[in-house]
Design a protein around this ligand. Structure first.
Ligand SMILES: Cc1cc2nc3c(=O)[nH]c(=O)nc-3n(C[C@H](O)[C@H](O)[C@H](O)COP(=O)(O)OP(=O)(O)OC[C@H]3O[C@@H](n4cnc5c(N)ncnc54)[C@H](O)[C@@H]3O)c2cc1C
Length: 388
């Protein structure tokens, strides 16, 4: 090995993002987390993050972005998530959309129409797969897309869409061939102001200001040039998207866990019990040592996976490992950070209780641990281990 770490440029970039995040995003994170999000609030933060060129980081420069590699985008997401986990993921979907448009051969007109506005933070994107009857089993989606001339007509219900109440655009998956299972799925870019779309907010236990929503499509006409994949290729496009998206979720929740453990370290040095700072008790310091080790291991797994992605090396197994392992590591670390703070943290006034609720959301979002372990086992042991 010739080196093991970040380049000097990446370290400088991390410092810049950390300064911005701690100065602009961390203050008020606790208050924001209690509020139901709305479009005005989402756009205010989207534009603020865009003002320092962080939203379009992974989008090519010809569409208004910075053209950064995945490792660099990950550095930004980690640092922003340490400050406010609910704002940390802003750079992720624009980068994935640019990638999907590239893979799908979407026209230059459509890319120029949408990507620069996303990079400026003016236009926000959500991702919609889950339906009331299916989440893990993506191939079972029922939303229909029927071609009629130069449009597709979409009908059906989506749910659990993060940012669904505030987004302008939706990266959505529907069936163009309902009888064909995974081979019948096609992906589209749907402007959410089209006639026939209605929304309803989900009253979440965490992520309140991210605004998870159900979306109802009733004869919604999507122009053919807004199709992102070839007909029947949407499922495979989604699996490629997940191989990156899942790693971002994993790294983001580790950022929140690291902040919680750092807060527990500070607290344990100033809180006394039985005449000594609680930091001197191994029941406290060993917990911190163990969680810090697990968080570090999780981060290494995430960054290695992003590095594989940057090299163009298949990383399906590693992405699934990140997505089952890191949210568990994070939830356990945040839980113990709360216990180390004692009664003080068992309160809506304390940021740790919110992060604990958010971490549970990360265990579910974009695939549960069970589904991730099926993928890891399949990649390690072969297709004959698949339960279906
Ligand atoms: C905070 C949050 C944000 C989300 N954001 C989005 C979003 O932006 N867009 C979107 O489309 N979706 C989103 N989701 C939905 C998420 O992707 C789904 O919740 C997830 O894929 C699981 O699907 P499900 O909830 O329908 O559970 P189900 O698929 O019904 O599974 C229920 C339980 O059964 C287990 N199970 C299912 N099949 C198997 C199996 N073969 N082997 C073992 N166990 C199995 C699962 O692990 C789970 O514990 C979000 C969810 C949350 C909580």
């Amino acid at each position: 090995m010739s080196g093991f770490g970040f380049s000097e440029e990446q370290e400088m970039f991390r410092k810049m993002v950390r300064n911005f995040s701690q100065k602009e995003l961390a203050p008020g994170a606790k208050e924001r987390a209690k509020q139901e999000g709305n479009r005005e609030m989402a756009q205010k933060w989207s534009k603020k993050i865009a003002s320092v060129d962080l939203i379009g980081l992974g989008v090519p420069p010809e569409y208004g972005g910075q053209g950064a590699d995945w490792v660099t985008v990950a550095i930004a997401v980690e640092e922003m998530s340490k400050a406010d986990i609910n704002l940390g993921a802003f750079p992720v979907l624009p980068a994935l959309m640019a990638k999907s448009m590239d893979i799908g051969g979407v026209s230059q007109e459509i890319r120029q129409k949408y990507l620069p506005a996303m990079c400026k933070g003016e236009s926000m994107l959500c991702l919609s797969i889950t339906e009331p009857n299916c989440g893990s089993d993506v191939a079972a989606i029922r939303m229909k897309a029927v071609r009629e001339g130069d449009h597709y007509i979409l009908n059906g219900e989506k749910t659990s869409v993060s940012g669904g109440m505030t987004a302008d655009l939706c990266y959505i998956f529907a069936k163009t061939d309902p009888g064909a299972g995974a081979r019948g799925v096609t992906s589209f870019l749907a402007p959410l102001d089209l006639p026939g779309i209605t929304k309803s907010r989900i009253p979440d236990m965490g992520f309140k200001n991210v605004t998870r929503a159900s979306l109802f499509f009733d004869d919604v006409r999507i122009p053919v040039d807004h199709r992102l994949s070839d007909e029947g290729k949407g499922f495979y496009m989604l699996m490629g998207t997940f191989d990156v998206l899942r790693v971002f979720l994993a790294l983001s929740v580790l950022g929140a866990a690291e902040t919680s453990i750092n807060e527990a370290i500070d607290y344990s040095k100033q809180r006394t019990a039985f005449g000594q700072p609680i930091a001197r008790y191994e029941g406290v310091s060993f917990k911190i040592a163990e969680h810090a080790t697990r968080i570090e291991a999780g981060k290494l797994l995430c960054y290695r996976t992003f590095w594989l992605a940057d090299q163009g090396i298949v990383h399906t197994k590693e992405a699934a490992m990140c997505k089952w392992f890191c949210p568990v590591v994070a939830r356990e670390a945040i839980h113990d950070a709360l216990l180390i703070h004692g009664h003080v943290a068992y309160s809506e006034e304390h940021p740790i209780e919110q992060r604990l609720r958010d971490a549970i959301g990360y265990e579910l979002a974009d695939g549960t641990a069970d589904i991730m372990k099926i993928i890891v086992a399949r990649e390690l042991m072969g297709k004959e281990t698949r339960p279906y």
